[in-house]
Design a protein around this ligand. Structure first.
Ligand SMILES: NC(=O)c1ccc[n+]([C@@H]2O[C@H](COP(=O)([O-])OP(=O)(O)OC[C@H]3O[C@@H](n4cnc5c(N)ncnc54)[C@H](OP(=O)(O)O)[C@@H]3O)[C@@H](O)[C@H]2O)c1
Length: 331
């Protein structure tokens, strides 16, 4: 392996999951920064859970850098209905990509995990070192354990083979291309859609689940993409101490650094959307964990911080929602 590992704009970069929320933001960031040799495959073109297909793909394309944003993801309902699919597909995707990235000598690899890898009752804000320090949230344990296995694979390959694999743990994301299906969506797209429709249809109230008091942290997907590009480009003297430690996993939290209550979030979205009715909280519905905030000092010490405020991000996400919906209606 040579010693300069940050990618040039001509580097061959494979983005796995490039049509998803995180992957599509990363592709936009790469293109904006002049990277011109992107390797992209849709799920239909390459099923990453199929080992032999992934082996052929890596052998023929020989990427130099790999970004793993492909995953089987979903909310509580999907996780609890299809736990076997969640653990099998996520383990398979990671196993195949990480193994074949090693086979073709990839220079750097960035694996996206999720904050659900941390114990359910982890102290707040959540530091990287809390990994495996307590029981996980039961509802998405198969998914979280698959992601933990991915981190452990990155760390093990780094130790045994001297690879340079990093695992980034993003907080809750939102942004263009988000999932607005109310059965499977996360909190921000769900509230945007409910409020936009209530506003358009002249409803006087919108009902949201829970008490509105849980606190959550949100990161705009383009900030995540910017953070990932920053990590991929770190000079070796900064990259290697994080990636190649013998004592701790190559793990970096990527968060916004501040949280808001669901009530504050809903009020802000109402303002962005122009909904002036009442926000009703259905307290018979569950709240989930009271607070989830990542501790992001490892990332800030490396020199990165988010630049899109929650208000700006919500305005941009709402504009993208309207645009996507208008495009769909025209089609
Ligand atoms: N969204 C969040 O709030 C959030 C927060 C923290 C961490 N993350 C992490 O970020 C990563 C990406 O999440 P996301 O929100 O961007 O998810 P997403 O929008 O669902 O995108 C995932 C992508 O992976 C692709 N994919 C899934 N299975 C595949 C397979 N077997 N072969 C090939 N492609 C496959 C999907 O393609 P198809 O749709 O065609 O199947 C999709 O394009 C995940 O690891 C997730 O845990 C997300």
């Amino acid at each position: 392996m040579d010693s300069t590992q940050a990618p040039s704009t001509a580097a061959r970069i494979y983005v796995a999951g490039h049509r998803g929320l995180a992957g599509s933001a990363f592709v936009r960031a790469l293109r904006k920064n002049g990277y011109r040799n992107l390797i992209l495959r849709t799920h239909a073109e390459l099923d990453l859970a199929e080992g032999s297909a992934v082996a052929r793909f890596f052998a023929s394309e020989r990427p130099e850098y790999v970004f793993i944003a492909a995953a089987r993801v979903g909310g509580i309902f999907a996780n609890s209905t299809y736990p076997a699919d969640f653990i099998r597909e996520n383990l398979a995707i990671q196993l195949n990509i990480i193994q074949h990235a090693y086979t073709v000598n990839v220079k750097r690899l960035l694996f996206l995990g999720s904050s659900c890898i941390y114990p359910r009752l982890a102290p707040q804000p959540i530091k990287e070192e809390y990994l495996l320090s307590g029981p996980l949230e039961p509802s998405n344990r198969p998914y979280a354990i698959a992601k933990i296995a991915g981190i452990e694979m990155c760390w093990s390959y780094n130790r045994q083979y001297g690879t340079r694999y990093l695992a980034a743990m993003p907080t809750n994301l939102y942004g263009p291309g988000d999932n607005y299906n109310l059965n499977t969506s996360h909190v921000i797209p769900a509230i945007i859609r409910k409020m936009a429709e209530a506003h358009e249809q002249g409803h006087s109230s919108v009902t949201l689940w829970g008490t509105g008091t849980p606190r959550r942290e949100f990161l705009y997907s383009e900030d995540l993409a910017d953070a990932c590009l920053f990590l991929l480009n770190l000079p070796d003297e900064q990259f290697l101490p994080v990636a190649n430690s013998q004592h701790e996993p190559p793990l970096v939290n990527v968060g916004y650094g501040e949280d808001v209550s669901i009530r504050e979030l809903a009020t802000m979205i109402a303002d962005v959307v122009g909904f002036q009715g009442t926000i009703v909280f259905d307290t018979s519905k569950p709240d989930g964990t009271p607070r989830k905030l990542l501790e992001i000092s490892r990332m800030t010490r490396l020199g990165w911080k988010p630049s899109v405020s929650l208000r700006q991000g919500l305005e941009q996400a709402y504009a993208a929602f309207r645009y996507e919906r208008a495009t769909l209606q025209r089609a």
